[in-house]
Design a protein. Structure first.
Length: 146
């Protein structure tokens, strides 16, 4: 497991209801996600920067340019906040989802896919904790301990 830094930008489109906007998740490029309060999140960088949770000029440049390529209409939006986070990545394989023992369930290592796969992964982990049969084969994601 190692950290991967992600920088994002929050912008506001005054007078625009963005609360029901769909998630835009291109095959290549940034995601866009609407929130209540005319807020849109654009992100994110994917940086192997170790444990360095800091916003950088280069990261902001990358996010802003990519966001405007996908949604040029955001050019008049007000930048209201920048954020940075560290995402757990499981290398060299897929995320880890499943029981470690009869008392511990693991659901981690989603990396940049936490935004989209996180809620489903959380539901699977909760189901496992309740003794439910998972909705997919978890063998490829089993947290094999050394």
């Amino acid at each position: 497991m190692f950290p991967r830094r992600g920088q994002i930008v929050h912008v506001t489109l005054e007078g625009v209801d963005t609360s029901r906007w769909p998630i835009v998740l291109p095959h290549v490029g940034p995601y866009l996600l609407g929130f209540p309060g005319s807020r849109v999140v654009v992100g994110a960088t994917i940086e192997d920067a170790g444990f360095a949770p800091r916003v950088t000029m280069g990261g902001l440049d990358e996010v802003l340019r990519a966001g405007l390529r996908v949604a040029p209409g955001l050019s008049e939006a007000t930048v209201t906040e920048t954020r940075v986070g560290l995402r757990p990545v499981h290398a060299p394989g897929p995320p880890l989802i499943g029981p470690v023992n009869d008392r511990v369930i693991v659901a981690t290592g989603l990396g940049a896919y936490g935004l989209t796969a996180g809620p489903f992964t959380g539901r699977v982990a909760a189901g496992l904790a309740l003794g439910e049969e998972p909705p997919l084969n978890l063998r490829p994601y089993h947290p094999r301990l050394p």
